[in-house]
Design a protein around this ligand. Structure first.
Ligand code: HEC
Ligand code: HEC
Ligand code: HEC
Ligand code: HEC
Ligand code: HEC
Ligand code: HEC
Ligand code: HEC
Length: 206
């Protein structure tokens, strides 16, 4: 409330708002007024790795308070904004996950901070479940391979990723993959197949 009144006072009484906005911003850091942005469990390293918070903000927002009404003033539109620091090649492999084709990283990620890991808007499983509710019983994994039952998709450790829980991304890359069906490994018809990634003793029908 206090900050709002400071801002509106500045808005009404100054001939050049751009100047006064700069003055206000010099007294108060971005974070002073935008506390909610970082009040989450995991904060994006883009906001924290620099000496001063402003520098973190400024790598994506170029002078948002320059005009009377604040604007996003992003340094580039998403996803190019993200590719300023993240290798585009990782998101542009042969098979691209449809939500990324339009380049909207923010369907799944928050650009600032999150209570879920990896800056996701929700826990991984729930993110996937939003669009693939039929895959959460794990039936699709064994269906067709002669085992019949549902494969677990949670509640076990992932033998192939130290310390992490088994989940959708144990087998699928959420962004893009050289392998079909966004798999992280070859299908059952390959000797180095997906199943053997975790089951060294299971024999899989070719
Ligand atoms: C004195 C408090 C204050 C400071 C300092 C401040 N802001 Fe803001 N900011 C606000 C308020 C209040 C709004 C929303 C009202 C408006 O649109 O002007 C806002 C809006 C924004 C918006 C959103 C515009 C939109 O389209 O929704 C961005 C981005 C932003 N600020 C970034 C920054 C950055 C980066 C800094 C540091 C360089 C900063 N702010 C410093 C108070 C502040
Ligand atoms: C990695 C790039 C990036 C960084 C760094 C960044 N932002 Fe943002 N910010 C964005 C994007 C992208 C959006 C648009 C979000 C949307 O469209 O939903 C946004 C939106 C906003 C908004 C308006 C919507 C909201 O979430 O409230 C504010 C305010 C804001 N940023 C402030 C800040 C401040 C303050 C900092 C520094 C502490 C900062 N941002 C750092 C990318 C960034
Ligand atoms: C100014 C540089 C910069 C920009 C721009 C940027 N990032 Fe980052 N991001 C980083 C750094 C540094 C890390 C930490 C090292 C790493 O994981 O690569 C990181 C990590 C991440 C992580 C992993 C977080 C974790 O907890 O493991 C995600 C997800 C992410 N960024 C998403 C995005 C998205 C989405 C955008 C665009 C909206 C974006 N980044 C733009 C610098 C940036
Ligand atoms: C369909 C949802 C979804 C979309 C869209 C998405 N991501 Fe992700 N991203 C994820 C998930 C899930 C993880 C966590 C994977 C894990 O840890 O197993 C992740 C992890 C990351 C990471 C950290 C780990 C890594 O793979 O490097 C970065 C950085 C990242 N995403 C950036 C982006 C960028 C940039 C975009 C847009 C080009 C994007 N993401 C779009 C779901 C998504
Ligand atoms: C915003 C919606 C959305 C979200 C969130 C989402 N997906 Fe998708 N995904 C799609 C669409 C659309 C397709 C293409 C149609 C289909 O196969 O259902 C697709 C296809 C896939 C495919 C098949 C790709 C192929 O080449 O056959 C896999 C695997 C997949 N998604 C895994 C995931 C995983 C894992 C997550 C969570 C990290 C996730 N999806 C989150 C929308 C989404
Ligand atoms: C143990 C590995 C594994 C896990 C865990 C896993 N999948 Fe799959 N998934 C597969 C395999 C293998 C296929 C390809 C089946 C085939 O050959 O058609 C597949 C196919 C898919 C497809 C495309 C199927 C189609 O009919 O278009 C989607 C979408 C998908 N998975 C989503 C998910 C989601 C969401 C999760 C988490 C709830 C998940 N998967 C967990 C192995 C896995
Ligand atoms: C990312 C690791 C991982 C991959 C990849 C994987 N599994 Fe599993 N699988 C597990 C875990 C963890 C369990 C549960 C613990 C156990 O039974 O050993 C499990 C359990 C099973 C079970 C027992 C299911 C039950 O109802 O008890 C079968 C059968 C199975 N997997 C077959 C497969 C097949 C076939 C593939 C390849 C399509 C595959 N798995 C790929 C990790 C994996």
């Amino acid at each position: 409330m206090l900050f709002r009144s400071i801002i509106s006072a500045a808005l009404c009484s100054c001939i050049s708002f751009a100047l006064s906005a700069a003055a206000v911003a010099a007294e108060k850091t971005c974070i002073d007024c935008h506390k909610k942005i970082t009040s989450k469990r995991v904060v994006h390293a883009a906001l924290t790795q620099y000496a001063r918070m402003e520098h973190g903000c400024a790598s994506c927002h170029t002078n948002p308070h320059a005009k009377k009404k604040a604007v996003l003033s992003l340094a580039a539109p998403v996803p190019d904004l993200c590719y300023m620091c993240h290798d585009k090649a990782k998101f542009s492999k042969k098979h691209i996950h449809p939500p990324l084709v339009g380049g909207n990283c923010l369907t799944c990620h928050n650009p600032h901070a999150s209570d879920a890991p990896r800056l996701l808007t929700q826990q991984i499983r729930l993110v996937c479940q939003n669009c693939h509710p039929d895959k959460t019983n794990g039936k699709h994994i064994l269906g067709g391979y002669g085992f019949g039952d549902n494969h677990p998709i949670m509640g076990h450790l992932d033998p192939s990723r130290k310390g992490q829980e088994l989940g959708c991304t144990s087998c699928h890359n959420p962004h893009s993959s050289e392998k079909k069906v966004l798999l992280v490994n070859d299908g059952p018809d390959s000797p180095a197949n997906l199943c053997h990634q975790c089951h060294t003793k299971i024999t899989v029908r070719p």
